[in-house]
Design a binder for this molecule. Sequence first.
Ligand code: HEM
Length: 490
Amino acid sequence: MDAINLFLYLFLSVFTFYLVRGMAVAHLRRRKNRLPPGTLGLPFIGETLQLISAYKTENPEPFIDDRVSKYGNIFTTHVFGEPTVFSADPETNRFILQNEGRLFESSYPGSIQNLLGRYSLLLMRGTLHKRMHSLTMSFANSSILKDHLLADIDRLVRLNLDSWTGRVFLMDEAKKITFNLTVKQLMSFDPCEWTENLMKEYMLVIEGFFSIPLPIFSSTYRKAIQARTKVAEALGLVVRDRRKEREGGERKNDMLESLFEGDGAAGVEGGGFSDEEIVDFILALLVAGYETTSTIMTLAVKFLTETPHALSQLKEEHEEIRLRKGEVESLQWEDYKSMPFTQCVVNETLRIANIISGVFRRAMTDINIKGYTIPKGWKVFASFRAVHLDHEHFKDARTFDPWRWQNSAGPTSSPNVFTPFGGGPRRCPGYELARVELSVFLHHLVTRFSWVPAEADKLIFFPTTRMQKRYPINVQHRSLFDQREEENGL
Ligand code: HEM
């Protein structure tokens, strides 16, 4: 871009910023309503740079803490190019989530919208969203998990762990596990060269989510668009092949089959979905399930490594199951249900890691809440992180303490404060699947390996929550059974 264009671009951005802000303020004055307190920061960039620099560190909390102590639990800011009402209040968050589609609608940055495709669940609205949300829920509910997904999860986690030796980048391995699991569940593919190549392209797509959605400015975005085309083509071929197999009477037990049998986006009974609809839908499910679960797996291990007492209690729980079953027998649903401390570890990791730190929504009309008005068209951010890490709701909220979940009255006296999977009509349909994947992974990890961090690493939160160096660890195989024999002097 030459200097004149750059100047014009900046001039128009500043002009638009003041125009939009002036209109919003005038609109509110006319209605004698008031915005939540706060500041819109610098022209155009608002407080984005403060937010990014806080979230690139291990301790992003001051960004929220400072504003909450100055303005209260609901405040106004300006981030990622738009004025935004930020909520650190559980009641307001609940109100926002429950009123999806009535007062608020989900809102994703342009980069994500372009890369996902219009038939992704995350971007669907209205009755189509409702239908597809429940279809997704039905594919990942507990009876499906119990009847066949658990066996696949157990087998694929073992398969991945079989190759571990010496130094392992836990974040990468966890990504491989969750990617292979998701591909299996969606399309019945076992890990092979095809899934490996698909994953490579996929990672390029995901990197594009956090770039400027203009190909001339960002090579990351350009590469992501190209990779998306390749992924869509590969998935399109699978869909076409499966249609042919179905014509020959072959049926598989996976998500793709449910989409062939569904009513289609137009809602015609038994009409089925078009190839484009199926590809967009599957592509988005892969995004939603893979990055989140793999990060939670990695962080659970990090927190456990830093809390040896919790790790040894977890090992005890899993060793007991393994000793009962022998070395090779796969986990059954009853085994999964007999992991109470593991569930405490999972909850606590979800609470303290906040992989999805909150959700953006857009106000569909002027909305009055707690004495303030959110103007129509404004963004709101319901922050789960702010609530999960608030000392008012959780004692010693910023400490990893899985035992808090053992308290029979629950970890807190406040309702609606634990929402790692969101809530309302867009509540994560993969919440139970994620829990099972994580529990099975921890089971095999702690019964088969001991490990130490290979080097110091840092947990950062922007553009996503991740370990800066992909959490390298040195692993050592341990056989529970050899150990027991040694202990018994055999
Ligand atoms: C630890 C792992 C996970 C976490 C923390 C998580 C969290 C979330 C959250 C907070 C939302 C709500 C977004 C919103 O309200 O806008 C969501 C939505 C979603 N999640 Fe998950 N998720 C996880 C795993 C999974 C898995 C394994 C799947 C696979 C099925 C999945 C599929 C989805 C989908 C499709 C949506 C969009 C729902 C909609 O817009 O209707 N998630 N997830």
